[in-house]
Design a protein. Structure first.
Length: 532
């Protein structure tokens, strides 16, 4: 039996998916909430939020992502970063997953990735769990109800957490699997309830498709000046570096918090919602995001709560430090109704430096911007990936290596060309540690970060005096409005300057060794900009 609104010529049966129980097409939030609660998938929270635990998987499983190696993609996939799967393994995986699904009830959401209609991709999400349907309905973009009558998906994602893959039969690494087949236009997800795999699978898809159209896909948040989309800023960064927090500036209009494209027409959000970390979420520092945790249908993942009052504990990380909330963009009062902006005027590269070496902000040349973009230095924050329990220094190229199907230079060259064409100013911002490394120093004050970003975005920071950093060669402001001068020189924040020098030399060496892999693929000016 089928329920909900759908193109009558595009039911699951027309895709060869038969033998299921009840199929619920494009249910709205109240019905999805009702079904998820009836199925015991989660708990009703204050304000109508949906509280859920994702079980043993509380973060992504990047080692379990596979791309099917077919003739059409074998020469364009970055195989050093993407585990291959044989077409035969995928076919067996697909057949076994569909057989496993027989008789079960499933939820279908017909959605869109991309706010710019000229570059949007239609995606059909088929989920075993009703709350996964709710989650992805928030995170992707929802077509108008009437548009569903003619909706035909270009790609299909099937997510069945109860299915366990067979590594030998299905040519994968473990019982958990995320497999992308660009020829069959299908993505399969099994063995994990972590909802983030849904959205990141679509992001990975767009990261492969869009460069062919000269569009730069970006793991970034974005906002623009109120009433002035021309004054757009983008914020690159991995989870935990502050993309969501820093882009949700009440004095600017939010375009989106995680995934965007940069086309010849400007910046556009891939998503229709936000996926914000909630650990230690502060109602004073982040009031808009905090408010969403008490709104109807917001999905609250892996947060500890009082079983009687349903009060959320924002400091308890006993389940995971990767506690999150997923909500539609319109829950943020200053969100853009179009999710489209102009060409970026400022590009912010966020890094969480657990070594305590990098300054809170630095100005980059275009060559330095490509260098730091390809390097993607940060620290993995506890909980974002399985097994990460405290910050770990890492290099994640393009600030999102797990989601990049193509070689990094493809994205780096696209970014560099667009910076040159549109004259964007580039900044490196450290939201990590100062006064010492992780365990000794302190986290960079968010008030100082906000003050520096405000000065960068309004142009006033360009007017101050800069010094050249001795370690990396970029420009660092000597003073800035509203920020203690000592904070701008990380060496001065350490009790023992010689300890800072040793730590800085160690980090410089890490950068150099990591960048060796890109030397054969880059221009001389980027190579020269590597270390100042």
């Amino acid at each position: 039996m089928t329920f909900g609104r759908v193109n009558p010529k595009f039911r699951l049966e027309d895709q060869g998916i038969t033998g299921l129980g009840d199929v619920f097409y494009n249910l709205a939030e109240p019905a999805l909430m009702e079904t998820a609660l009836k199925n015991g998938e989660g708990t009703l929270g204050i304000g109508g939020a949906f509280l859920v635990s994702t079980g043993k998987f509380t973060g992504r499983s990047p080692q379990d992502k596979h791309v099917v190696k077919t003739d059409s993609v074998k020469d364009t996939i970055w195989w050093e970063n993407n585990a291959e799967m044989s077409p035969e393994g995928f076919d067996a995986l697909y057949d076994d997953m569909i057989a496993h699904m027989a008789g079960g009830d499933y939820h279908v959401q017909d959605l869109v990735g991309g706010a710019d209609p000229a570059h949007a991709v239609k995606v059909r999400m088929i989920t075993e769990l009703a709350w996964h349907g709710l989650f992805i309905r928030h995170l992707l973009r929802r077509p108008d109800t009437e548009a569903l009558d003619n909706f035909v998906a270009e790609f299909t994602v099937i997510n069945c957490p109860s299915f366990q893959a067979d590594p030998k039969k299905h040519d994968c690494r473990s019982e958990t699997v995320i497999a992308m087949n660009f020829d069959r236009k299908i993505i399969l997800i099994g063995g994990t309830e972590y909802a983030g795999e849904n959205k990141k699978s679509v992001f990975s898809l767009l990261n492969y498709l869009l460069p062919e159209k000269d569009i730069m896909p970006m793991h970034c948040s974005a906002n623009h000046a109120k009433g002035n989309p021309v004054d757009t800023a983008i914020f690159f960064g991995l989870s935990g570096t502050g993309k969501t927090t820093l882009s949700a500036d009440p004095d600017r209009t939010l375009i989106g918090d995680d995934e965007h494209g940069w086309s010849d027409r400007g910046t556009f959000n891939f998503e229709g919602g936000c996926y914000a970390k909630t650990i230690n979420l502060n109602p004073e520092a982040e009031p808009e995001i905090y408010a969403t945790t008490h709104k109807f249908a917001t999905v609250i993942e892996n947060m500890v709560f009082d079983p009687v009052t349903r009060e959320l504990d924002f400091e308890d990380d006993s389940l995971t430090a990767n506690t999150r909330c997923a909500y539609p963009l319109e829950y943020i009062s200053n969100a853009s109704p179009t999710a489209i902006g102009g060409h970026p005027k400022n590009i912010i590269m966020l890094t969480c430096d657990a070594f305590g070496v990098l300054p809170p902000i630095a100005r980059l040349t275009p060559a330095q911007a490509m260098y730091h973009f390809l390097s993607g230095f940060t620290s993995k924050v506890a909980g974002t990936e399985r097994g990460v329990t405290e910050p770990e220094p890492t290099f994640s190229t393009c600030f999102g290596a797990p989601f990049m199907p193509r070689r990094p230079e493809v994205y780096g060259n696209l970014l560099r060309a667009k910076i040159a064409q549109h004259g964007a100013t580039c900044w490196l911002v450290n939201t990590g540690w100062t006064g010492g490394a992780y365990g000794t120093g302190a986290r960079m004050p968010i008030k100082a970060t906000r003050a520096l970003l405000t000065a960068a975005l309004d142009g006033s920071l360009n007017a101050v005096k800069f010094r050249t950093d001795a370690n990396f060669g970029f420009e660092v402001p000597v003073d800035a409005p509203g920020v203690a001068t000592v904070l701008l020189d990380p060496r001065r924040t350490w009790d023992k300057p010689d300890s800072y020098d040793r730590q800085a030399a160690k980090l410089v060496d890490m950068f150099a060794k990591n960048f060796e892999q890109y030397l054969p693929h880059i221009d001389d000016d980027v190579r020269a900009a590597a270390i100042g």
